[in-house]
Design a protein around this ligand. Structure first.
Ligand SMILES: *Cc1c(COP(=O)(O)O)cnc(C)c1O
Length: 367
């Protein structure tokens, strides 16, 4: 059997072991510590945001974002329907009410539907969580303007889009709060981890407070509020610092992999790739495409027989049994994408020959 090709496996830079050794030498095998600070500095520098706090996951970071923005029971939170559950579950943790907004031709959230939802809803939404899907910026300038006009907090789920930009700004820096993920399948990984960023110092201080059990600043343990155990370990932060050193290189490689797929498959007019919207620079976390007529599951099975991992696109939230009663503003686009779409192996250690191996199977099935 040929070596398995995964969608997006971890890819170490080589420095991780050294930095972890530094952690062991310092004996600081604990949450917090020097590497946590360094990891937060790396993110601030790369994204040009003022404040950052490292967390145990991006899901935890989104939960903290909602908490510090004062979103609680019964509050309406708008969100992309075409996303991963980690983006949405924190709304439920806060007993708030998700309302889903569909995608437009960019595959990301449709600003026109967003406007319509705000106009139609009887209760004024408090926040929007917009996802930059598959490493592609949403129409974030328009979306940010709509949120500002309507006095709605904007949280950017940039879990998949670290290193991607719109105009001259990084995704994650347009809203009130942005979040990144360092889960094992993301463009960079600490095996598990997240980051919450903002230009508002108060929010980040508050997030850090809630992430460390809402412990008051006393020598004894004093609690006026409850928090969570959401901080990142110093060992994992050491991985993060090493990974941040290769972010530019990883984005370049992901884009190169996409261009190999594009070149191999361009003559097949059944296939169209996720578009890169004007004025944006994607990290192409995963190469994703849709098929005009064919069933993606035929291709997924054919690839699996050759030990190649592939998957359908995200199943929209409004189609999840969990959210059968939720309100949604729909265009039909995310349902089409779910039915017809495919994610292809996009690991940054792939060679042009690996992409050819995938494409030969696809071409065999589609001809
Ligand atoms: C991975 C992911 C998350 C959750 O990240 P974790 O760090 O695994 O909690 C949230 N939203 C999106 C869009 C993701 O892809």
């Amino acid at each position: 059997m040929k070596e398995r090709l995964f969608l997006s496996p971890p890819h170490m830079s080589g420095k991780e072991r050294q930095y972890i050794d530094d952690v062991f030498k310092s004996n600081y095998i604990a949450p917090l510590g020097a590497f946590v600070d360094r990891f937060e500095e790396c993110i601030k520098e790369y994204t040009d945001c003022k404040y950052a706090v490292a967390t145990s996951s991006a899901t935890a970071a989104i939960h903290l974002a909602l908490r510090v923005l004062g979103i609680g029971a019964g509050d309406v939170v708008l969100a992309s329907t075409f996303t991963f559950i980690g983006s949405i579950a924190p709304i439920l943790y806060q007993n708030a009410v998700p309302v889903f907004i569909d995608s437009d031709e960019s595959w990301n959230l449709d600003p026109l539907l967003l406007k319509k939802a705000i106009a139609k809803l009887r209760k004024k939404p408090k926040a929007l969580i917009v996802t930059h899907l598959y490493g592609q910026s949403a129409k974030i300038d328009e979306i940010a303007a709509i949120c500002k006009e309507n006095d709605i907090y904007l949280i950017e789920d940039a879990a998949e889009s670290l290193g991607a930009s719109f105009g001259d700004k990084q995704t994650g820096t347009f809203g009130d709060i942005g979040i990144y993920s360092f889960n094992g399948n993301k463009i960079l990984t600490t095996s598990g981890g997240g980051m919450l960023i903002s230009d508002n110092e108060g929010w980040i201080k508050k997030a850090s407070f809630y992430a460390t059990q809402a412990r008051e600043n006393e020598i004894f343990y004093e609690h006026k509020e409850y928090g969570y155990n959401y901080r990142l370990s110093n060992i994992l932060a050491a991985l993060g610092v090493a990974q941040m050193e290769v972010l530019k290189e990883r984005v370049r490689k992901k884009r190169e992999i996409f261009s190999w797929y594009q070149k191999e498959l361009e003559e097949i007019d059944e296939i169209s790739f996720m578009p890169e919207i004007k004025n944006s620079y994607a990290n192409r976390w995963l190469t994703t495409l849709i098929l005009k007529k064919s069933d993606p599951y035929t291709l997924i099975n054919a690839l699996e027989r050759e030990n190649i991992e592939s998957r359908p696109l995200w199943k929209p939230m409004h189609l999840q049994p969990l959210f059968k009663d939720a309100k949604s503003f729909l265009s039909g686009i995310s349902e089409e994408l779910f039915k017809k779409g495919l994610c292809l192996p996009s690991g940054t250690r792939m060679k042009e020959g690996d992409v050819k191996r995938v494409c030969d199977i696809l071409k065999g099935e589609l001809n």
